[in-house]
Every structure is written in structure tokens, then in C-alpha cells.
Design a protein around this ligand. Structure first.
Ligand SMILES: *Cc1c(COP(=O)(O)O)cnc(C)c1O
Length: 373
């Protein structure tokens, strides 16, 4: 297959796949889906991921930080937005003005949220309680104080507590159940303080699928909406999900070489016979992990090869043997493996990481092109 002329490299983003993945997970879990589009939608583009997720039935959009939420508002996303990781000491005024819900992890953040209330608009918050992950979240020793202050601020109209939430470790089912039990203690204590928020959420993709009792009344789905499995032993297809990103480039040079030819920096690969080398214009600047040198898979014209030698900043070389390959042919690094191309998981394995990192780190230099819808 030929790439369109003029295209060097691109990431195809199938927005229908995102919408369908959300629809599928919404049906599976039976609760509200908060679609997580932090970090530019795990590399897929936050705005397009948010639009597709809302089309698929998500009712709220989650991001890590307020700037990400404000960028989505500016681009016209009207759905509820929720951000949970904040700059120390920063004002929440703009977030409240733009109707961004805040994850609150300590008393200082709670008080700042109360101060950011404007006129008759209270700050909308989700209180995050620590249940074992050891990241942020209100420590159990502080629950009583924070809950009663939140209830007071709610009574005087400066705060609206929309949710209580936490995050799981996925260390084991036993650990996740223990965290869930801890969470329920927090819910009871919050109710005793007068807080009965409409939303309770603890599950990300992994627990939303594997631990039904963790679904509560909302789930925060990130990796699943992009069609990638968070399980070591279950593929996207096993879960009924379709990967949304295909990373590909146009073969930029082809060279016939004799046996013994060194390839790329350090000559870490040498040809064993007369062979053909194809140059693929994607490198570590584009997010292709150098760690996968000599190991990463790629399909060219539907045939599977392995990276030969080191991955450089902008490019890598593939030894295609005697298979016919021409400049302009399509080289696919990963996409939907049911279509015969490698998966992001294979690149993750080759680079000793997880597929979350593979898609998220695809660089800004790679144009995203939407397909579907
Ligand atoms: C990133 C994140 C999620 C989404 O996790 P996935 O495993 O991608 O579904 C959910 N909640 C929080 C707090 C997160 O940071």
C-alpha cells in the first residue's frame, strides 16, 4: 500500500473507534462514564477524544490539570469537566469561572476552592480520599475535619460537593477490594458530616471491567476509550475494544546492499546477505522508543519486519530482504492488530514498558489525522 504523496509520517485517529469503545464500556458498566482525555487524550488529541467520547455517551470529561480543562472549554466543550492535580498554591478562580470541577485532596485545596466561589456560583468539587495508592487524596486522619469543613462551605453556598472519589492500585483484587472497603468507610463518614454527593467513583478502566462492585455510580475510563487493554493477559479484541490510533510513515529511502553492511548508529546490526534496506521516517523524537532498537515490529506492504539496528531521533531502518519495497510504501508501526498490523502492546513489550506510554508519548511532530465520523 502507498502513502498519499507528501505525507512523511502520521497518526491516524479513528474517532468512531473512540465513540464505540465508550458506548461499549457504558453498556458493560451500566454507570456514568467519565472519559479521561488527559495528556492530549493519551496522544490521540484531547479535543477530538472528548468530542468522540461524548458522542459515545460519556457525560463528563476528566483531565489531570486545570489548564487541560480550560483548553477544552476554550475549544467549545460544554460538558462537565473535572481536573484533579493542581499547582501548589494556585488560585482556582478561573476554573470556577469556567465551570471546571475540582478534585480536592487536602484542606488547603478545599479552602482555596471555597475562596474561588464567585457570586452565586459555588466551586464544584469532588473530594478525593486516600485509600492506599499513596499519591494525593485526603488522608483518613483528616477525613473528619475536611468533610465537616466541606459541609459547612456547602451550607453557606460556597461549595457544591459533586463527588467523592479515589483511585485504585490494581496491585491485586485483594488490594483493590481493601481500597474499596476503605472508600466505603469514607462515604459513611462523609454522610455523617452531611455530605451526600451524587457521584462516587473509584474505578479506572481496569477495575471498571474486572471488578463490578467498584463501578459504584461512575467510572473514569482512560485507556479503554482508546481501545487499549489494561490487562496483561487480555487483548483489546478480548474486551470488545478497538484501538483508535494507527502510527505509520512513508518509506523514505530504499537501498540494495551487500552482506556485511553496517546499519544505523554503532552498526548494531549488520546484514547477513545481499538485501534491501528501507528507511522509515519515525524516530524517538516522534515517541518511538529507542529502547525498542533491534526489536520493534513494523509492517510494510502487509508483511512484518523488525527494526534493524538503532532507532535514531527521526528514523530507523528495516531489513526487508528480497521483498519488493518502494519509496512511498506504507510502514505501519502499530494499529489494530486484527487488521494484521502490530499492536501498541508489542512495542511496549519491545521497549519494556506499557502501551499507555507508547501511545501517549507519540510526539507533537507527528500530524494526527482523523478518520471515521
Ligand atoms: C489516568 C487516570 C484515570 C484513567 O485511567 P485508565 O487506566 O487510563 O483508565 C482515572 N483516574 C485517575 C485519577 C487517573 O489519573
Amino acid at each position: 500500500m502507498r502513502m498519499a504523496s507528501g505525507v512523511l509520517r502520521e497518526a491516524l485517529i479513528d474517532v468512531d473507534a473512540i465513540a464505540e469503545n465508550v458506548r461499549h464500556l457504558r453498556r458493560l458498566t451500566g454507570v456514568e462514564v467519565i472519559a479521561v482525555v488527559k495528556a492530549e487524550g493519551y496522544g490521540h488529541g484531547a479535543h477530538r477524544a472528548a468530542l468522540a467520547a461524548l458522542r459515545g455517551g460519556a457525560t463528563r470529561i476528566g483531565v489531570s490539570d486545570i489548564d487541560e480543562a480550560l483548553a477544552l472549554r476554550r475549544r467549545g466543550i460544554r460538558a462537565p469537566l473535572f481536573a484533579w492535580l493542581h499547582a501548589p498554591g494556585a488560585s482556582f478562580a478561573e476554573a470556577v469561572r469556567e465551570d471546571v470541577e475540582l478534585g480536592i485532596s487536602d484542606i488547603d485545596q478545599l479552602l482555596r476552592a471555597g475562596e474561588a466561589a464567585q457570586g452565586d456560583r459555588p466551586a464544584a468539587v469532588h473530594l478525593k480520599i486516600e485509600t492506599g495508592l499513596s499519591r494525593n487524596g485526603i488522608a483518613p486522619a483528616d477525613w473528619r475535619v475536611v468533610f465537616s469543613e466541606a459541609a459547612r462551605l456547602e451550607r453557606i453556598g460556597r461549595l457544591r460537593v459533586v463527588g467523592l472519589f479515589s483511585h485504585l492500585s490494581n496491585a491485586s483484587e485483594v488490594d483493590d477490594r481493601a481500597a474499596l472497603a476503605k472508600f466505603e468507610e469514607g462515604v459513611v463518614l462523609a454522610a455523617a458530616a452531611g455530605l451526600n454527593p451524587p457521584l462516587r467513583h473509584i474505578a479506572a478502566t481496569h477495575a471498571a471491567i474486572a471488578l463490578p462492585e467498584a463501578r459504584l455510580n461512575a467510572v473514569r475510563i482512560g485507556i479503554g476509550i482508546y481501545g487499549i487493554s489494561p490487562f496483561d493477559d487480555r487483548s483489546s479484541a478480548d474486551l470488545g475494544l478497538r484501538p483508535a490510533m494507527t502510527l505509520r510513515g512513508a518509506v523514505a529511502a530504499v537501498r540494495r546492499v551487500p552482506a556485511g553492511t553496517g546499519v544505523s548508529y554503532g552498526y548494531a546490526y549488520r546484514t547477513e546477505t545481499d538485501t534491501t534496506l528501507a528507511l522509515v521516517p519515525l524516530g524517538y523524537a516522534d515517541g518511538v522508543p529507542r529502547q525498542a532498537s533491534g526489536r520493534g515490529p513494523v509492517t510494510i506492504n502487509g508483511r512484518r519486519f523488525t527494526v534493524a539496528g538503532r532507532i535514531a531521533m527521526d528514523q530507523f531502518v528495516v531489513d526487508v530482504g528480497d521483498h519488493p519495497v518502494a519509496v512511498g510504501d506504507e510502514a505501519v508501526l502499530f494499529g489494530d492488530p486484527t487488521l494484521g498490523v502490530p499492536s501498541a502492546r508489542e512495542w511496549a513489550d519491545a521497549a519494556d514498558t506499557i502501551d499507555y506510554e507508547i501511545v501517549t508519548r507519540i510526539g507533537a511532530r507527528v500530524p494526527r489525522r482523523e478518520v471515521g465520523a
